[in-house]
Write a protein that binds this ligand. Structure first.
Ligand code: PLP
Length: 418
């Protein structure tokens, strides 16, 4: 049953639920979740990596040949493959997603003292990368369809605070230049890119996609990552495909790609034996060993995507009918990789969140709340932000549930949509 406005009086108010009712609700949720995972007992991880492809062969090749570090054929191959998967002209492989974001900010021209618009509902790496670039994050709200940056609220906010000063956009309240807009595809669901590109264009802001969670997701048929100026991916162990630790940038702009690679390799001028560096840069290149793992993983991406979508379908159908809980579905304009499945507690059940989390985790079903919003972290509490009502609401009611591809192994492929 759904609790809509007309039914609100008949819904139990979790704040008023007695401890016994809360426990019973949490027990019903755990039992349903356990059933839907298809794992009858024991630990169920939030997101486990899976190595059923060429991982052993390709990693062994690195060891056998001695090419384990930041130069090697797998790095080149991984860059070509990540570009191909995302439909981008160029890929640059780096040590992790945070480093990818940091370089993205640098190459689009963010400089120390700037502000950068970014969602408050994101993993801390988005904001950290902005801070690493010497800039200040300026947090904006998300919408309810994809949990991405809300283009309408963003435009309204910019009309209120932004001044156009000789070709740049300045925050009139702080006097700082706004250097870029970062959007994020939360849990793999593509943000509404057309609308966001329009806002970025109107205010002449370079648009960066934090696509760390969204490898393989499509927005109106197009892969995410290269829909703005430049996009960043993560290949951390918990993401849909992993290099152990790793990241990548994708872009159609050859100058941005060249400059990102240069900054990632200590800005060394190419020469057979002279070590000359033309700016203070970074050691951010992905090692060949990790790239080998990544090549093997990308070889299985289609299978990962199919199985993740099967699991999501089972959750969407399986939670239907459980009072107080709605599984989160992809936007109609998108094909999501469903990196992490999520359920939203109905507003009247929101106060039950922590009891639910305690119960599920005690039952060895690894569940977790959405990230604490960035403006609530002490480290970013002083940063400017737009009104954040949706971020506040969603982060109080969202729970991520086990999402490993292997949980789909028992599900028939006959309803696959690709
Ligand atoms: C995982 C993630 C990152 C950072 O990736 P690392 O490889 O862990 O540095 C950045 N942004 C978001 C939204 C992420 O989920």
């Amino acid at each position: 049953m759904r609790c809509d406005q007309t039914l609100v009086e008949t819904c139990p108010d979790a704040a008023a639920m007695r401890p016994a009712e809360l426990k019973a609700f949490a027990a019903r949720f755990s039992a349903r979740l356990r059933d839907l995972t298809g794992v009858s007992s024991g630990h169920v991880a939030l997101h486990e990596p899976e190595f059923r492809g060429e991982e052993w062969t390709l990693v062994k090749e690195c060891l056998d040949t001695g090419w384990v570090s930041s130069v090697g054929t797998f790095v080149d191959r991984f860059e070509a493959e990540i570009a191909a998967v995302t439909g981008a002209a160029h890929g640059v492989a780096v040590v992790n997603g945070t480093a990818a974001l940091h370089l993205a900010l640098r190459v689009v021209g963010v400089t120390p003292g700037d502000e950068v618009l970014a969602p408050a509902l994101t993993f801390v790496a988005t904001a950290n990368a902005i801070a690493h670039a010497g800039a200040t994050p300026h947090f904006v709200d998300c919408e309810r369809v994809a949990l991405g940056v809300d283009s309408i609220a963003l435009r309204a906010h910019l009309y209120r605070i932004a001044d156009r000063v000789s070709g740049t956009t300045v925050n009139s309240e702080t006097g700082r230049r706004i250097g870029a807009l970062v959007v994020m595809h939360a849990f793999g669901h593509p943000a509404d890119m057309d609308a966001l590109v329009a806002v970025a264009t109107e205010f002449e802001l370079p648009l960066i996609e934090d696509a760390a969670e969204a490898l393989g997701s499509r927005y109106q048929g197009q892969p995410v990552g290269a829909l703005g100026r430049i996009g960043a991916f993560s290949f951390n162990g918990n993401k849909i495909a992993t290099t152990g630790g790793g990241g990548a940038l994708v872009t159609d702009d050859p100058d941005l790609a060249r400059r990102a690679k240069h900054l990632a390799t200590t800005a060394k001028k190419p020469h057979a034996w002279i070590f000359e560096h033309d700016e203070i840069a970074y050691n951010y290149r992905m090692p060949n060993l990790n790239a080998a793992l990544g090549c093997a993983q990308l070889g299985q991406l289609d299978g990962f995507l199919k199985r993740k979508r099967r699991l999501a379908r089972r959750y969407l159908e399986g939670f239907d009918g459980l009072d107080g809980v709605v599984a989160f579905a992809e936007p109609v304009y998108a094909r999501s990789n469903y990196w992490l499945n999520a359920v939203l507690l109905e507003p009247d059940y929101a106060a039950a969140r922590d009891v639910l989390l305690d119960h599920a985790n005690a039952d060895e079903l690894m569940c977790r709340p959405a990230w604490m919003p960035m403006h609530r972290l002490a480290i970013y509490a002083q940063c400017p932000h737009a009104p954040l009502p949706v971020t506040e609401d969603i982060s109080a009611r969202l729970i991520n549930i086990p999402s490993s591809a292997k949980l789909a192994d028992g599900i028939s492929n006959e309803r696959d949509d690709d």
